[in-house]
Design a binder for this molecule. Structure first.
Ligand code: FAD
Length: 305
């Protein structure tokens, strides 16, 4: 693991064992949506400096919780755990956990370290086989996120969240299949879901409706990618299978970089506000470890307190 001096500043006490579902209920009682941010573990010292600068800025708007991604196959395990360890001392922190290629024993070990860091909620994911080990899924002991949900629910007191896909998971035949899987995860102990990125309120509403029809009643928190760069969002949409609206793509075609940024941020703010109006219990902003765009969207949609 590379040396991350910036990860070692652990000056504050662990923030209490706040659960996402309790936080959602508390906000719902006040008719307020939750605000939260996703971060990823940095690759080097420069990345660590950017992450902690952004984290400090985003903390200023009092997010309800944050989450930290975890590389499939455990590639960035130590860095992810170090980031979680530091963030959990300042704000309720969800540790993402993937199970692709993992053994039950190694998974339990990571869970124990999350618990020791003060984490009370885990986002249980399968992950995808990494490019350098395409057989990871076949080789690992756990084959689906459902099995990870079962393991965490059976062996620990941690709260478990799961992923949801407004435009269906790429390997799924349709939304109805995904909805059935979501209801199996709920039956196995999952109590909330967070979504993949998407770009229309209709996609979120369709996901929620199909999930409810399949019996999955858990809160589904939309994951929102602030659009600050047209080329990057087109690439990300392609990678995730999310459809960008034609009218937005058309606007990008005739815009220079600065205009495209304004168009993208305005679009993200409107989407955030529309999602809340459509009943979303909160918004989870994918920060990409950068504060500016996430703050603009959070402020623009009236989510900051
Ligand atoms: C909010 C969010 C956060 C994420 N964070 C990370 C991260 O930190 N690190 C990372 O590597 N990846 C992350 N991912 C990506 C995720 O790991 C991939 O999308 C992965 O392909 C699927 O993960 P899953 O947990 O949905 O898997 P699963 O639930 O196992 O689903 C995978 C496929 O199998 C099908 N399936 C699952 N169980 C069953 C069943 N019992 N019967 C029939 N079909 C089934 C599903 O329909 C789906 O098509 C994240 C995704 C989201 C939405």
């Amino acid at each position: 693991m590379p040396d991350f001096p910036l990860l070692r500043d652990q000056t504050r006490p662990v923030v209490g064992a706040a659960r996402v579902t309790d936080i959602l209920s508390a906000r719902a009682a006040k008719s307020e949506p939750t605000l939260s941010f996703e971060f990823f573990p940095p690759k080097d010292d420069d990345g660590a400096a950017t992450l902690w600068r952004s984290f400090d800025k985003l903390l200023e708007v009092n997010p309800d919780f944050v989450s930290v991604t975890y590389g499939a196959g455990g590639s960035n395990r130590e860095t992810s755990l170090a980031v979680v360890d530091r963030m959990a001392k300042q704000v309720p922190t969800i540790g993402h956990l993937t199970c692709v290629g993992a053994t039950r024993a190694s998974t339990r070990e990571v869970i124990e370290r999350f618990e020791a860091a003060g984490v009370s909620s885990i986002l249980a994911l399968r992950g995808d086989s990494p490019r350098d080990n395409p057989n990871a899924l076949a080789e690992g002991e756990l084959k689906t996120a459902l099995e990870l949900v079962e393991l965490v629910s059976r062996d620990t007191n941690l709260e478990v969240g799961v992923a949801a896909f407004p435009e269906k998971h790429p390997e799924s035949p349709d939304l109805i299949h995904d909805a059935k899987v979501l209801s199996l995860k709920q039956a196995a102990g999952a109590s909330y879901a967070m979504t993949q990125l998407f770009f229309t309120v209709e996609a979120y509403v369709e996901l929620v409706e199909s999930s409810r029809q399949a019996g999955a009643t858990m809160p589904i928190i939309p994951g929102l990618m602030p659009i600050s760069n047209a080329d990057r969002i087109v690439r990300m949409a392609e990678m995730s299978g999310a459809k960008l609206p034609t009218e937005l793509l058309k606007k990008f075609e005739t815009a220079d970089e600065a205009q495209a940024r304004t168009i993208g941020i305005d679009y993200s703010i409107k989407l955030a506000a529309d999602l809340v109006a459509a009943g979303a219990p909160g918004l989870h902003l994918f920060s990409l470890n950068l504060a500016k765009a996430a703050l603009e969207v959070a402020r623009g949609a009236g989510l900051c307190r």
